[in-house]
Design a protein around this ligand. Structure first.
Ligand SMILES: [Zn+2]
Length: 442
């Protein structure tokens, strides 16, 4: 039987040897993955750069001419509901506190439709850069009223339905634990989980009683058998250590491999001995870590002068201890971070600078922080370019892993859910492909 697609001269930097491969896809799955000795010249295979989007979608034999192919990026920590809100809400001081306050003050004015539109735009743009699994935290300010909090949840679920043929999204609402409202908050959280929310999020270091908040999150997670992903210690204060209690709870509930800690900024600020203790504890507990370099560089160290702290967690030390560390986007064009576009190559480049991961031997590590490691953290099944797995990938107009960070190639071709879904040169295609009434400008 004929394959649906055959591609020659694909460079796979994540594969053994990082060399060239001939690949075939059948029924949306990788059928064969065969190493090539060298570039193959074939009259039958059309160079991908010569095909427009329509031609690409019907082509059966293509030549990647040595271009890099990666499994779709997994952006495991985003805030899709806040993305692109910066025109409505600013942050003059550049601090986390002002971002939270300003965002909270305008939240009740956002309609469900406007939140939904921002999520669709952010998700599709991310997919256009090659991110095919997204995990988004959601702002659910229950203290502003149940209706306000539920608005975001409904918008998020509707948006996911609209983009489901292009990109997968997991949602982890940031439930803000307040003992005075415990019963009502638990009712609300349980309802959202029944509606289709995936896991439990939160930022216990911002709550008056972080320990109680973490225990409550585990009650909810274990009751519904869901993953937990908490913002941890997003601060320059070395005394903030909610990760300590988080590790205890992960061990108590047997949540190894199902719990994620984002940020961990204070880990960088504390003394070496204490950081060593916590890193070893995280490794033993089996917690995954996510570094959010763009947002940390923007929000942290705002109280410092001279040698300003950069906020980033101890990426190399965590990895050396065996903790899986992913890099992710966090906020995009909102008061928490005015820049970004959901492009994991850009995040990889910022990580390379901020975590000193720029040696030749670090390139594969960086690529893994955007692909395999977040895929493990997010529990993406059958991930990667190997026979039997879903063919879900991005091809770059670059010839090596290093060149991806040198050039941030604008031209990308993205394949997911049994077909090509995007080619960079045709930016209007999302609107053509979306059957719904939403208008998205990219
Ligand atoms: Zn975040």
């Amino acid at each position: 039987m004929l394959a649906d697609l055959e591609a020659i001269n694909a460079r796979l930097p994540l594969a053994q040897g990082g060399g060239l491969f001939k690949l075939t896809i059948k029924d949306g799955k990788w059928s064969t993955v065969e190493a090539q000795e060298e570039i193959v010249v074939s009259d039958g295979h059309v160079p991908i750069s010569k095909l427009n989007f329509e031609e690409l979608r019907t082509a059966r034999e293509i030549d990647l001419q040595g271009r890099v192919l990666l499994p779709g990026f997994v952006d495991v920590h985003m805030h899709l509901d806040k993305a692109y809100s910066i025109t409505h809400v600013r942050n003059r001081s550049g601090t986390l506190l002002e971002a939270i306050e300003n965002y909270r003050s305008v939240t009740p004015t956002f309609s469900k439709e406007s939140i939904r539109e921002r999520i669709v735009k952010a998700a599709l743009r991310a997919a256009s850069f090659g991110s095919l699994t997204l995990r988004s935290h959601l702002d659910v300010p229950f203290h502003l009223g149940r209706e306000v909090a539920m608005r975001t949840v409904e918008a998020a679920l509707e948006a996911r339905e609209m983009v489901k043929d292009f990109v997968d999204i997991q949602y982890f609402p940031m439930y803000f634990y307040d003992p005075a409202q415990e019963r009502r908050l638990t009712d609300f959280a349980e309802e959202t989980l029944r509606m289709g929310i995936d896991g439990i999020g939160g930022a216990p270091h911002l709550a008056p009683d972080p320990e109680a908040g973490i225990r409550w999150a585990f009650q909810l997670a274990t009751g519904f058998d869901r993953q937990i992903d908490l913002h941890c210690d997003e601060s320059d204060d070395p005394e903030l250590k909610t990760i300590d209690v988080y590790c205890d709870q992960v061990q108590l509930h047997g949540y190894s491999g199902r719990a994620t800690a984002g940020h961990l900024c204070s880990l960088s600020a504390m003394a070496q001995k204490e950081a060593d203790r916590l890193i070893a504890k995280m490794a033993e507990a089996g917690i995954g870590a996510v570094t959010l370099p763009a947002v940390n560089l923007y929000l942290q160290g705002r109280g410092d002068q001279g040698n300003v702290r950069r906020g980033l967690t101890r990426v190399k030390e965590l990895m050396k201890a065996g903790v899986p560390v992913a890099a992710a986007s966090d906020n995009i064009q909102d008061p928490f971070h005015p820049f970004g576009r959901g492009d994991m190559l850009q995040i990889g480049l910022i990580t390379a600078y901020a975590a000193h991961l720029a040696g030749e031997e670090d390139i594969v590590t960086l690529l893994k922080m955007l692909t395999n490691l977040p895929a493990t953290i997010a529990g993406v099944p059958e991930y990667g370019v190997s026979a039997g797995n879903p063919a879900s990938f991005v091809v770059f107009d670059g010839m090596s892993g290093e060149e991806l960070f040198q050039e941030l190639p604008a031209t990308r071709w993205v394949y997911n859910k049994t077909r090509w879904i995007y080619a960079s040169e045709l930016k209007r295609q999302w609107t053509d492909l979306l059957s719904s009434a939403v208008t998205v400008s990219l």
